[in-house]
Design a protein around this ligand. Sequence first.
Ligand SMILES: Cc1ncc(COP(=O)(O)O)c(C=O)c1O
Length: 520
Amino acid sequence: MRVTPANLGAKAHAEAHSDAQVPAQAGAGRAADAAGAGAGTPATAVTPARAELGGGGDGGLGDLSKQSISIRTPPPGPLTRAHIEHQTAFVSPSLIYCYPLVVKRAAGCMVEDLDGNVYLDAQAGVATASTGHCHPAVAAAIGAQASNLIHICGTDFYYPAYGAVCERLAELAERLLPKPTAAAPAGAKGPGGWQTFLTNSGTEAVEASLKLAREHTRRTAIVAFRGGFHGRSYGALSLTASKAKYRKHFGPFLPGVYHGEWGNLESVERDLFHHLVAPDDVAAIVVEPVLGEGGYLLPPPDFLPGLRRICDAHGILLVFDEVQSGMGRTGAMFAAEHFGVAPDVVLLAKGLASGMPLGAMMARAAFMTWPPGSHGSTCAGNPVCCAAALATLDLLEGGGLVANSAARGDSLRRKLTARLGPAAGVTDVRGVGLMVGVELDTHARATAVAELCFRRGLLVLECGQKAIRLSPPLIVTEEQVGTMVDVFSTACMDVYRDQTTTAHPGHAGQPGHAGRVQLP
Ligand SMILES: Cc1ncc(COP(=O)(O)O)c(C=O)c1O
C-alpha cells in the first residue's frame, strides 16, 4: 500500500507494543568485522575513514552499526509523520513508500528514523547497499574522489576511475563467468574480451543492451519474460512484465518485444517462435537468471541452458539482467556462476557501487561493434560513483563479502525453513545467497507481515504476488540473521493468528487496507 497523510494516523495506532527492544543482536555492521570470517579488510582502510568522516557509524550519537533494534516511539513517530505530511505536497505521487519510514541515517545493517527508532535492515535499499550503509571504506573513497574530480563527462573525456571500473569488471567476468561452449568470438580484444559501458542505473544498462543488440545484429525483435522486471523507462518498461501496474496507462510500448513465460523454455520455442516471431528476427533474449522483483525465484534447471542453446542456434545475444542478482547478492559474484551458462551481455547496477548511482552493460568485445557516438551519457560512470564501485569491489572479494553472502544466506534460509510453514501462512522459503524469498499464502498476508516487521524494527520488502524478500547487506552477521529470523517468524505467526481468528471491522472494505494486521 502507499503511505499517504490520510492513512498515517491509522498506522500510528496500529502497533501498541511500542517499546519493542530486541536485545543482544545487530553486532558489528562493518565489513572489517564481517570479514573476520573471511579474508579481512586492512584495518587502515576502515579506521582513518571513520575518524575523518565520522558519518554513518558515529555522527556523535554512538556507533549505529553496533546498535540493536530499538523502537522507542510507535512508528510513524511525530517527526516522521510531520515530515511525510510536509513533503507530500512537493514530491511526485508516483513513488511507492511501502511503509512510513523516514530515514535520518544508516550504518552497517542498521537504519535510524527521524524519531530515533533503530531498525535492522533486511532489504538494503532494495538489494543495493551491498557493503552495508555508509561503509567507511566506501565513504572514504567517495570523499577522496569528490575533493579531486566530481564530473568531467565520461562520454567525452578520459579519467582513470572509469577505465579502472571497466577493467575490474572485465577481469571478474573473465575469471568467474562460465566460458562459452561455442567458439570464442572472433576479434575479442581487451582483458578477457569483455568491455563495459557505464550507466546511471539498472534501467539504463537495460536500455544500452537493447541498443547494442539491435545495432550489432541489425535485427529488431527482443524476447523478455512475463514475471521479469527490467526498469521503467520506455525500452526497459517494454520488457518489464512483473506487474501490470507498472505498465498501466503507459502504452504503447516499444514494438518488437515478445514475452515468454519466465522459467518455461517451451513458451519461447513453441509459443513465440512458432506463432509470433521468427528466431532469425530476434536480436536479444533478456532474462533475469534469478527472478528479482517478480518473486525471488530460481530458474528450472533446463531454462538458462536452453536459452543459451536457442541463442547459439539463431545468432541471438543472451543478455543476463543481473542488476539485482549480481555483485555477490547470490553468494557468487555473478548469478550466472550458479548455472554454468555463459551470457553474451551482463547488466549490473544496484550493489555495484554500494548505493551510488552506477550501472554497467558488459558485453564480449566481439559484440561491442557500435561506433563512437552511437551511445553515451553525461553523468554515467561519474568519477565519484566509480570510486565507490572500486571500493565496493575490494570489499566484495578481498573483504569476504561474497563468501559471507553465501554462508549467511544458507543460514537464513535454513533457519526460516525450520521456523515457518503452513501454520504461519508460509508456503515456501527459497532463494540463493542473500536473495531469500518467503512465499505467503495470500497477498494480504504478505503485506501485513511486511508492515508488522516494520513496526517491530525489521525492514523487509514484498515481491512477486504474495512473497517477501529478505536481501540484507552482504555484511550481515550470523547474530543479525538470528534476529531477522526471530522477528520475521514471529510476525508471520502473529499475522496468521490475527487474520484467521479476528475480524477487523475497522478496516473491512477499505481499499489498500484489506488484510492489514490490527494489533491491540
Ligand atoms: C533485475 C532488474 N533490472 C533492472 C532494474 C532497474 O534498475 P534501476 O532501478 O537501477 O533503474 C531493477 C530494479 O529493481 C531490477 O531488479
